[in-house]
Write a protein that binds this ligand. Structure first.
Ligand code: NAD
Ligand code: DAU
Length: 347
């Protein structure tokens, strides 16, 4: 199996039109002039080819509209690739509470299809990175940090579906010697994040002087990592990670950051008043209080560390949303507007 940075790779990225996938594709094309990328994406409400407008004409890049639940299409897209980085998923916890089926289909059955495509390659050995989440460990009491091997206790249909996908990947590693690795990252933020997630929702609402719906007192803790730091971590796992291993990835912000602190920082940077905060409850039953993972393995074994502090990353992200208002104003219409009205009017 190839793990040499100097050897060029042909990568199949699933979900490359979403937030992290599009940032990852841009990072790969910028960092490795010899690499080629195929982006395989269904273009759900969260997939947006505008996220890749600046590279769509790059001859090293190709887009295929496809569903990971369609085995034949996925297999065809994987012909000749050296690695698959599997980002495609239904990713929003609140939506999984409203309706779970698409989460089970894409996140579980779709991942099984990726496993089967990799399996069919046999000895050729396509390297496979499954992008998991820290949410599989569930609610973590302070001061504990979770890591691979700890109990998997997901709280939402989203995180349960991601946990199921992890288990299928690890079973395939054991049973079929699949050359797969899993990553579990904490919350990402940065450019091109769909404005249903707290950071882009609150930045864009604040710019529009709309209320910021802060759930359940805002005491919950998330460990925010700038998306490009996550991309660097996934790239290291892709090129240097050991088959069969699981890598937990986290900023390990110290001190830890509550949602209220995050919200007030966003308002502060934008010069907006705290009165925009609207206390709401009941919108996320089963709401996890705290996520925290121990990232010492990827730090020591692969030499990864985050390069962008939360203060700096938030400034850059807010500037991006200020400079790219046409992007999020378009995204916030249509399907999303209907979701927003339906979800937030329940508070
Ligand atoms: P996202 O919702 O922004 O993007 C998901 C992408 O997957 C979209 O482009 C969508 O069109 C595509 N997709 C959905 N269903 C598909 C299907 N059936 N076939 C093909 N494509 C499909 O998500 P994101 O925030 O970029 O997350 C990407 C991955 O990273 C997910 O697996 C998520 O679980 C994981 N993750 C996210 C975070 C975070 O903070 N956002 C943190 C850790 C892990
Ligand atoms: O931890 C990694 C996970 O991070 C990823 O696996 C998920 O794909 C990603 O969506 C994210 O999940 P969260 O549920 O933590 O992110 P979200 O932005 O939805 O919520 C972050 C916190 O903010 C959470 O405590 C709920 C709260 N929140 C969220 C929204 C959308 C609010 O207070 N108000 C809101 O309107």
């Amino acid at each position: 199996m190839r793990d040499d940075r100097t050897i060029s790779m042909k990568l199949l990225i699933t979900g490359g039109a979403g937030f992290i996938g599009s940032n990852f594709i841009r990072y790969i094309l910028k960092t490795y002039p010899e690499d080629r990328v195929i982006n395989f994406d269904k273009l759900t409400y969260a997939g947006n080819l505008e996220n890749l407008k600046d590279i769509e004409k790059d001859e090293r890049y190709r887009f295929i509209k496809g569903d990971v639940c369609d085995f034949a299409a996925l297999k065809q897209a994987a012909v000749g690739v050296d690695a698959i980085v599997h980002f495609a998923a239904e990713s929003h916890v609140d939506r999984s509470i409203h309706s779970s089926r698409e989460f089970l289909e894409t996140n579980i059955l779709g991942t099984q299809n990726v496993i089967d495509v990799v399996r069919e390659q046999g000895e050729r050995g396509i390297r496979f990175i499954h992008i998991g989440t820290d949410e599989v460990y569930g609610d973590i009491e302070s001061p504990k940090k979770s890591k691979y091997g700890d109990p998997v206790i997901p709280s939402s249909p989203y995180s349960a579906s991601k946990a199921a996908a992890d288990l299928l990947v690890m079973a395939a590693v054991r049973t079929f010697n699949l050359p797969a690795m899993i990553t579990h990252c904490t919350n990402n933020y940065g450019p091109y994040q769909f404005p249903e997630k707290i950071v882009p929702l609150f930045i864009s609402n604040a710019i529009e002087n709309k209320p910021l719906p802060l759930y359940d007192g805002g005491t919950q803790i998330r460990d925010w990592l700038y998306v490009e730091d996550h991309c660097r971590a996934v790239d290291l796992v892709l090129r240097k990670g050991k088959a069969g291993e699981v890598y937990d990835i986290a900023a390990e912000n110290d001190p830890e950051v509550t949602n209220r602190m995050l919200t007030e920082t966003i308002l502060n940077i934008l010069g907006k008043d705290k009165s925009l905060i609207q206390e709401v409850s009941g919108l996320r039953p089963g709401h996890d209080q705290r996520y925290a993972v121990d990232a010492s393995k990827i730090r020591t074994e692969l030499g990864w560390q985050p390069q962008i502090s939360l203060a700096e990353g938030l400034k850059q992200t807010i500037k991006w949303y200020q400079d790219n208002q046409a992007w999020w104003r378009r995204v916030k219409t249509g399907e999303y507007q209907a979701y927003y009205n339906n979800h937030y009017n329940k508070s």
